[in-house]
Structures are given as C-alpha cells and as structure tokens.
Ligand binder design. Sequence first.
Ligand code: GLU
Length: 291
Amino acid sequence: MAGRFAPSPSGPLHFGSLIAAVGSYLIAKSRHTEWLVRIEDIDPPREVTGASDLILRQLEAFGLHWDSEVSYQSQQLDHYAEIIEQLKSQGLVYACNCTRKKIKSLSKTGYYPNICAAKKLSFNGEVAIRLRHGEADYSFVDQIQGPCQFEDSLYAEDFAIRRKDGLIAYQLAVVVDDIEQGIDHVVRGCDLLDSTPRQLRLYEVLKGKAPDWYHLPLAINPDGNKLSKQNHAPAIDSQQASKMLCHALEFLGQPIPSELQQEKPAVILDYALSHFQMSQIPANQQILYLA
Ligand code: GLU
C-alpha cells in the first residue's frame, strides 16, 4: 500500500504542484503508508531538460522525503506496449485514424463519437488506439469532493490509450503504474477529477482494485486560470521553503502557528502531520490564491 506524487517534468514545481506534493505526503503518512515519487516523463515534446532532477531537489529542500526509489515512466514503455497487446488480444481496443480536426467537426461535445469502433482498421501506421467504453457509469465518491458524476458523453467516449503520434497516453500509464506500485490512494489536483472515470474503466479492464480518490482544490489566479506551468506560474523558491510550505499548508486547511513558521521545513512538516485533520481540507474544486 502506498500513496504517490507523480509530477510531469514539464518544468520545476510551482505553488500548484507543491500543494499536490504536500497534500499527497500528508495523506499517505496519515494513512501510515509509504509515499512514492514517480516521474511521468512519457511526453518528450512537453519535457523540459533538467526538470526531473530539479523537482527532486525541490522536494528535498521542502523536507518531502520519498520512500523507495523514484520511478520513471520512460523506463516502462515496453511494459505499456505489452499491456496494449494484451488489450488487443481481448478485443477491448481498436485503431482510429481520425485527425483532431475531423473529431472537432463531428462532435459538438468535444468527445470522440467512436466512429472507428466498427471499422477494424489496422494497428500499423499512424493510428491512435482507443479503449472501448464500458457499461458502468464510473461515478465515484471522492474523499474530499464527495460524490462525483459526469455527463454521459464522458462515460461513453472510447478514449485513447496510445496517441496517434505513438506516445502512450497519460491515462494508461498512470493506471498501469498505480496498480503495479500498490497505490491504494490517489491524491492530486481537481484538474484530474474528470480523468477519474476513464481511469476507473482501466481498473476494470486491467482487473485492478481502484484506489481511494482525494482531489485537492486547485489554486487559481485572479483570471480564473489554474496555476500551471502552461500559465507560467513561477517556480517555487527553495530558499523560501519554510514560507512556501506554510502557505501550502494554510491552503490545505492545516495552518502552522506563527511561532513555528520560521522553523526548518522538517519541523513544520512534523507539526503538520501530528495535527493533520483531513476534514479541514476545503471541499472546493478551486480556490483563489494570491501570491
Ligand atoms: N503527471 C500528472 C501531472 O503532473 C499527475 C498524475 C496524477 O497524479 O494522476 O499533472
């Protein structure tokens, strides 16, 4: 049993990703499980050179020490390909040669209308591989956000598990790894809330036990955009680790008394853990954060 923090190395940690790191650390420790770090480096076009190492150094500076070795998804590509072969032999996937433009022109909702499902296209060449949707509605109860239900078109979409450019889709890699690493609870930002039904479909076909889900509120800026690397959120400054850690803990409803705020990150984290109250994490999907 374990929890994990699974950053993509598309840049250094920013305040939004620090929240996911701190939240997943506290929840794993409060559940008395290991806390693993997994680098999700399967999207080379989005990867920034040196970001993986930088993220690990930032975590260390914040006193967020992981258990077991760091894992890298880029080292699992053959394994993901094997899983895809297995799904092919079970008839659970099909090839799709639709372009993004075509999908856009065919679909009002933005969801793929499953038009290649009956075509039996060859898997060779530039095709996406899509997983046939299941029958369940894949609604779930989130430990922070409560009951979560999505529009039917999300459940009915045969989503891609390998992209047309040949890259493995995040959905597949994340579930394969979470099952194999014994992840029994997933803590991450609410931006991934609507990926969860897709992942539940993958748990079903891969015969894994679904984890407990904890979706943390997203920090948004005054324009309503989430703090993200794409929105140029500033990297967190490891020189100000104690201060930023206190901000992240405050955001998660776990305030640190002012007399402790100048202490080293390890002391602050110890206090946060021994006073951790799950029920105080705000059940909001978004919270305005003014840096
Ligand atoms: N790698 C994903 C990200 O950085 C997070 C994956 C997850 O926690 O499920 O957004």
